[in-house]
Design a protein around this ligand. Structure first.
Ligand SMILES: [Zn+2]
Ligand SMILES: [Zn+2]
Length: 365
């Protein structure tokens, strides 16, 4: 139950945003339905819908999120401009305010200070937090305040976003049909889909999936959600290693945002792509597996458990050392010599896994 004190401390309702968020989907859905039933929708309009879906969704993930909020890579001016223009067309506030909220989210995740804390419920994290006014102090975003392009988007946000979100798709669709086709389908309807999918990052990505890289917070890794969130579904990895330009780290992980950043780097349009070192990832995942397994043994004496933990730790450190040796050998030694280092590493890791899965007689008898 909400207490009087809580009601007083809650920020006032942001009526403009609330009414907009609750009514514009109807324009998209019924506008499209009207055209479909009583007029026509050209196939090219659906093509424009898909283009706009990816361009605006990734304006948020590639731009607002990984570039502006996390500085996970640098981008040349044309790319920055593109991301700011199409990010504005995703109608999620300015890059400056979005980044301020997002940096606070990472810093205070799962606490009261987290602007879209999942602890306040799925729907609050998904959309409810937007219904109340937020104060922006421009704390912790000085780097972005100093960026003239970001500031330009911030100052002219409404004219840029209304043009990019609703008017431009209408003008484009006039090439083959009517203005309304582009505006309803690639504008309003597309915005609804992009909103819901990007909102999943704050809701679903903190509820469903694995916690392989960090158990200290609620963020999860889930490839199904990644499919709907332009690759952001690998959110547990992201919360642990937030400056990495990737969210899905295996080459086959569906992360179109990562592929776009990497692809543009081949053209020299993005650079300074940040990646966390492989041994840091290995160290963290091995450590977490140990902790997880340790909790399974409830009726084993503490001494025995500590002993086992120490043995595991030693093997883990040896594994990491051999991993580093192998990485170094790959660069300096011949292929066959590096192969020996690799075998050593694999063997030690196997021993660690054996000990992890079968604690052994002397220890647990
Ligand atoms: Zn998060
Ligand atoms: Zn983030």
């Amino acid at each position: 139950m909400t207490t009087q004190a809580e009601i007083k401390t809650k920020a006032p309702i942001d009526w403009v945003t609330t009414i907009f968020l609750l009514t514009y989907p109807l324009i998209g859905i019924f506008g499209t339905l009207y055209l479909y039933l009583y007029d026509s929708i050209h196939l090219a309009t659906w093509g424009l819908f898909i283009f706009y879906f990816f361009a605006t969704g990734m304006g948020i993930t590639v731009g607002y999120h990984r570039l502006f909020s996390h500085k996970a890579y640098d981008a040349k001016t044309p790319v920055k401009l593109w991301l700011l223009l199409f990010g504005a067309a995703a109608f999620q506030s300015t890059a400056l305010e979005w980044s301020e909220d997002h940096r606070i989210h990472h810093r205070f995740v799962d606490t009261d200070k987290d602007p879209y804390s999942i602890k306040k419920g799925f729907w609050f994290a998904h959309i409810g937090w937007l219904f109340r006014k937020r104060k922006y102090a421009q704390n912790g975003v000085q780097d972005l305040v100093n960026d003239p392009l970001v500031l330009w988007q911030h100052k002219h946000f409404y004219s840029i976003s209304i043009f990019m979100c609703f008017i431009l798709p209408g003008l484009i669709s006039m090439l083959w049909g009517s203005f309304l086709e582009g505006m309803f389908v690639a504008g309003f309807l597309r915005l609804f889909v992009v909103h819901q999918f990007t909102f999943f990052i704050n809701s679903a990505c903190h509820v469903w999936g694995e916690r392989t890289f960090s158990k200290e917070q609620t963020a999860r890794d889930n490839w199904i959600i990644a499919f709907f969130t332009f690759g952001e579904g690998f959110h547990n990895f992201h919360h642990e290693f937030q400056s990495d330009y990737r969210n899905g780290i295996r080459w086959f992980d569906y992360d179109p945002s990562k592929w776009m950043i990497k692809g543009l780097s081949y053209l020299g349009l993005t650079y300074n792509l940040k990646k966390v070192s492989e041994d840091k990832i290995l160290q963290k995942t091995m450590f977490l597996k140990e902790k997880e397994t340790l909790h399974k043994f409830t009726n084993v004496s503490e001494d025995k458990l500590r002993n086992w933990e120490e043995q595991l730790e030693k093997l883990r450190e040896k594994t990491l050392l051999e991993y580093q040796n192998w990485k170094q050998a790959k660069q300096t030694a011949s292929e066959s010599e590096a192969g020996v280092f690799r075998k050593n590493f694999e063997q030690t890791k196997e021993n660690w896994e054996k000990l992890l899965n079968q604690p052994g007689e002397p220890l647990f008898s």
